[in-house]
Design a binder for this molecule. Structure first.
Ligand code: ASP
Ligand code: MG
Length: 403
């Protein structure tokens, strides 16, 4: 069997943890399996490197950012390989480039183009445990190091599992798996034994944290099952895979809350073709990721248009909107960063009418006002006041019997 394991930053945060993880890895090999391990930078190393940059310049080049940030993972692969060697197991560490991870040349958010698995194959054939630096690759135009964007090690692991046709891809983190909601808010939250790719992708996009959305997307496209589990115990975690309604009674699988939301409203915008295009093109040009968009029913040839973005983008978005006011004929605009987005996710929603009504009734029962609503086939999201967010999560978790 060929196993790919990925250990996140918290799992290799200090020497003791590195030794513990080394033991786990060596045990897999002792059972007779081939193993490739992907690691992230130790603890908060990547954040610390970024804060160093902030002391040097406000405008670092993307190439140099990659040069710097890729060092975090190089530290952890070398130390982990040494720890494995200490136990007497054959091992080699490889950078992204040495592991054949070829990306495009978009520095700081590169995409993997393909993986040349020759070296990996050779090392495995020689009986080595192979430890690969996550989050990095090489672009073939200038032969420079690239990184895949924050949280990119998950993507490295899934890509390697797919390229090597691994039998198992385990993602080790500091929690036991994927929960029905954040156990810090709802202590009765339950670990899910299995979840579908689609649901996991919605949760990951909503910021559920345990897995990076790009990694889930890749796993889904290549039907690579993922086992999300803790590196601090041997409990089985959550299997992310193609699920045929595993938990039939459950039409809602999870509740998520995203606090990183800001809302902008434009008043009395002229109602004519091309207005929405102008607004959202201008926002896109500033690389502002817009999430929900609502346009009110027209009255007197005018509309209200509201949208949400991340809090980090609020200032930029306001500048865009301000510059557009005259062109789009808006009377004015408002904004609020005191909002949050609560969402329910579940593949069973498609075949169960009334889920939206049930969600809204539950929030109404808590006296919570819904400022915006959006849906996908398997998700319903509401923008509410941030101060109501915890109550909303608790109420919805209970309403949909997730405990
Ligand atoms: N070390 C990188 C980060 O913190 C990549 C990763 O952890 O997946 O974003
Ligand atoms: Mg990390």
């Amino acid at each position: 069997m060929l196993v790919v394991q990925k250990y996140g930053g918290s799992s290799v945060a200090d020497p003791e943890r590195i030794h513990r993880v080394a033991g786990r890895i060596a045990a897999v090999q002792e059972e007779g399996h081939d193993i490739v391990v992907v690691v992230s930078a130790m603890g908060d190393t990547t954040d610390e490197l970024i804060s160093l940059v902030n002391k040097i310049t406000d405008t670092p080049s993307d190439r140099e950012m990659d040069m710097l940030l890729s060092t975090g993972e190089q530290v952890s692969i070398a130390l982990l390989a040494m720890a494995i060697k200490e136990r007497g197991s054959p091992v080699i560490s490889l950078t992204g480039s040495q592991a054949g991870i070829i990306t495009d040349d978009v520095h700081t958010k590169a995409r993997i183009l393909n993986i040349d698995t020759r070296r990996l194959g050779e090392e495995l054939a020689q009986g080595n445990i192979v430890v690969v630096a996550g989050f990095q690759g090489i672009e073939k135009v200038g032969n420079d190091t690239t990184t895949l964007g924050r949280g990119g090690s998950d993507t490295t692991a899934v890509a390697l599992a797919v390229a090597l046709q691994a039998d198992l891809c385990e993602i080790y983190t500091d929690v036991d798996g994927v929960y029905t909601t954040d156990p810090r808010i709802v202590p009765e939250a339950r670990k899910l034994n299995a979840i579908s790719y689609e649901e996991m992708l919605e949760l990951a996009n909503l910021g559920a944290g345990v897995l990076h959305p790009r990694a889930v997307e890749m796993a889904m496209n290549y039907k690579m099952p993922l086992h999300v589990r803790s590196s601090f115990n041997t409990n089985s975690g959550t299997l992310v895979k193609e699920v045929e309604n595993m938990e039939k009674a459950l039409y809602v699988t999870g509740v998520v809350c995203d606090h990183d939301v800001a809302k902008i409203g434009l008043f009395n915008v002229i109602d004519k073709p091309g207005i929405a295009f102008r607004i959202f093109k201008a926002l896109a040009e500033e690389k502002i990721n817009v999430d929900m968009i609502i346009q009110s029913a027209m009255r007197d040839g005018r509309n209200d248009i509201s949208f949400t973005c991340s809090q980090g983008d609020l200032k930029k978005a306001l500048a865009v909107v301000d510059g557009l006011q005259a062109v789009i004929g808006a009377d004015g605009y408002t904004h609020s960063d005191g909002v949050a987005k609560v969402s329910i996710v579940g593949a069973g929603m498609i075949s169960n009418p009334g889920v939206a009504a049930q969600m809204f009734e539950s929030l109404y029962g808590e006296g919570i006002n819904l400022e915006m609503i959006s849906t996908s086939e398997i998700r319903i999201s509401c923008v509410i006041r941030d101060k109501d967010a915890e109550n909303a999560v608790k109420a919805l978790h209970k309403e949909f019997n997730l405990a």
